[in-house]
Write a protein that binds this ligand. Structure first.
Ligand code: NI
Length: 258
């Protein structure tokens, strides 16, 4: 069995064949799927789907693109939701994106800080999106957390940075999670990171509908394909696929508490 720790099944790409996608995932051995919210609407949809399907879990988050919508009121609302619904298992994806987002940096930072505070106060893990904003991202995490204490779990999802930044994360106990990017022939940096990732600090995900693994590249991605990510990591680490599966499942269960 495997867990897809980052999917967006509420996106329109799945509206016509969700049932098929879910049964294909189950047949492939993907037993649990964490469905990630990235704005108010998709967060609500993730919760609704988690209520409907036993093997789906939900997160609440504002992606940097929607950072302007973050405020104390929404955080309070979400805090209450988390406390009464066990299937809401994390906050995020949230973070910083200086590559594509046209939201000003200070707005992104403030939304990120609000969501970190929410995760901490609700006692749930945090899923971080970070693109071309590595130093600022780390600075914000560092101002919030004392790393030798036991913090909430933090993962940098869809890791696409270099090894030296990954090492800074691992030193702090932050996990790195890998998508289909690791299967792309030109993704040498990410492959190096996956190869070196400590056994207790990595997870696998699809980020579907995006980032289909190399053999499906160009198509819509889906949870069943998360095995390709695990397969590539087993190659890079030179260990068996079974071992990668066992370890990443163990890490995912511990991280999300599912
Ligand atoms: Ni995502």
């Amino acid at each position: 069995m495997l867990i897809d720790t980052h999917a967006h099944l509420m996106f329109k790409e799945f509206e016509n064949d969700l049932e098929d996608v879910l049964s294909k995932a189950k047949e492939a051995g993907v037993e649990k799927i964490i469905n990630i919210g990235c704005d108010v609407k998709s967060s609500q949809a993730a919760v609704k789907m988690a209520d409907e399907y036993e093997n789906l879990y939900a997160t609440l988050g504002l992606h940097p693109y929607d950072a302007a919508l973050a405020n104390e009121e929404l955080m309070d609302e979400w805090r209450k939701l988390i406390l009464k619904n066990k299937k809401i298992v994390a906050i995020g994806e949230c973070g910083l994106d200086y590559f594509k987002a046209d939201v000003p940096k200070d707005v992104q930072k403030s939304a990120f800080r609000l969501q970190i505070a929410l995760a901490e106060s609700a006692g749930v893990p945090l899923i971080v999106h970070c693109r071309d904003a590595y130093d600022d991202c780390l600075e914000i995490l560092d101002e919030k957390f004392v790393w030798d204490d036991k913090n909430i779990g933090i993962v940098l999802h869809c890791y696409s940075g270099n090894l030296s930044f990954a090492e800074k994360l691992w030193k702090r106990g932050v996990l790195t999670s890998f998508t289909g990017i690791v299967t792309y022939p030109n993704a040498k940096d990410v492959q190096e990171v996956a190869k070196k990732a400590p056994m207790d600090l990595f997870m696998v995900e699809t980020d579907c509908p995006y980032l289909a693994p190399q053999i499906y590249r160009g198509n819509r991605n889906e949870p069943a394909y998360v095995f390709e990510v695990a397969r590539k990591i087993s190659e890079l680490k030179n260990i068996s696929l079974e071992e990668v599966i066992e370890i990443s499942v163990k890490n995912s269960l511990a991280f999300f508490g599912v």
